[in-house]
Design a protein around this ligand. Structure first.
Ligand SMILES: Nc1ncnc2c1ncn2[C@@H]1O[C@H](COP(=O)(O)OP(=O)(O)OP(=O)(O)O)[C@@H](O)[C@H]1O
Ligand SMILES: [Mg+2]
Length: 242
């Protein structure tokens, strides 16, 4: 029988920022191979905090994380995880720091021990894959918001991750670019957790959507989006549904 190994196993995770009230409280969640999970929750629910905990950027006050089959104990454990899990930051400016686009995309692969030639080839391939082949010599900080988000995604994908953590990837993207991103995500065949407020996008890119409330992911309250079809007696008057 084909089993899907758990990639991310969170058990009883709690977290508060210094002096603040709890953001995550006894959160339990598992992401397995091929899982494409959407998380939908209001601003300030702790979505970004959760992804940062998975990457080891924040340390929970309670609970355990088992990532890629290993219980996380030391910073060294997380260094290994950061090679396998790719986080697309909510704010692209947190992701990009090199002068040019090509340098930014090549940074990860170089850091993982690729030769300069390999890293550049991989970076160019990734940029081309995202339709950004003309971007390599551009100055990162001069890019538009949407361009930055795509380049940030390129820096993540160039590391050939096994899991993606996507924190509002469509923020600032136009409709065509969103469609391209839907296609990209479906072609990648990777497990991911995707945070978004856009139901259309989530419906197209994830298999399950869960809400977050009181510091927990509510897996028993899966969200379903219904297509709303209806007939009208009175012709083609423009109208709106709330
Ligand atoms: N660095 C920080 N220091 C103190 N409190 C923080 C910090 N970052 C976030 N918080 C608080 O923690 C809570 C959760 O924040 P988080 O960014 O995880 O929410 P979110 O669900 O990602 O929200 P959004 O949809 O707005 O991105 C919020 O109340 C926020 O004010
Ligand atoms: Mg957030």
């Amino acid at each position: 029988m084909h089993t899907h190994e758990p990639l991310i196993k969170l058990d009883g995770i709690s977290f508060s920022y210094p002096g603040g009230s709890p953001v995550l409280e006894d959160l339990t969640f598992t992401l397995s191979e091929h899982d494409r999970i959407g998380i939908v929750a209001p601003n300030g629910s702790g979505k970004t905090t959760l992804l940062h905990i998975i990457m080891g950027l924040l340390t929970p006050s309670a609970g355990s994380l088992e990532l890629f089959g290993r219980v996380m104990q030391t910073e060294k454990d997380f260094q290994d995880v950061r090679r396998k899990a790719g986080l697309l930051f909510q704010d692209a400016d947190d992701q990009l720091f090199s002068p040019t686009v090509l340098e930014d995309v090549a940074f990860g692969p170089l850091n993982m021990g690729k030769t300069k030639e390999e890293a550049l080839a991989l970076s160019r391939k990734t940029l081309a894959y995202l339709g950004l082949e003309d971007f390599e010599d551009k100055i990162t900080f001069k890019l538009s918001g949407g361009e930055k988000r795509l380049v940030a995604l390129a820096t993540v994908l160039a590391m050939e991750p096994q899991v993606l953590l996507l924190d509002e990837p469509t923020a600032g993207l136009d409709q065509d670019t969103k469609k391209r991103l839907i296609k990209t995500l479906s072609e990648l065949d990777l497990a991911y957790i995707l945070i978004s407020h856009e139901f259309d996008f989530l419906t197209a890119t994830t298999d399950h959507m869960y809400p977050m409330e009181n510091g927990k992911i509510l897996v028993d309250e899966e969200l379903h989006v219904h297509v709303h079809e209806h007939a009208h007696k009175v012709g083609a008057h423009p109208h709106r549904h709330v």
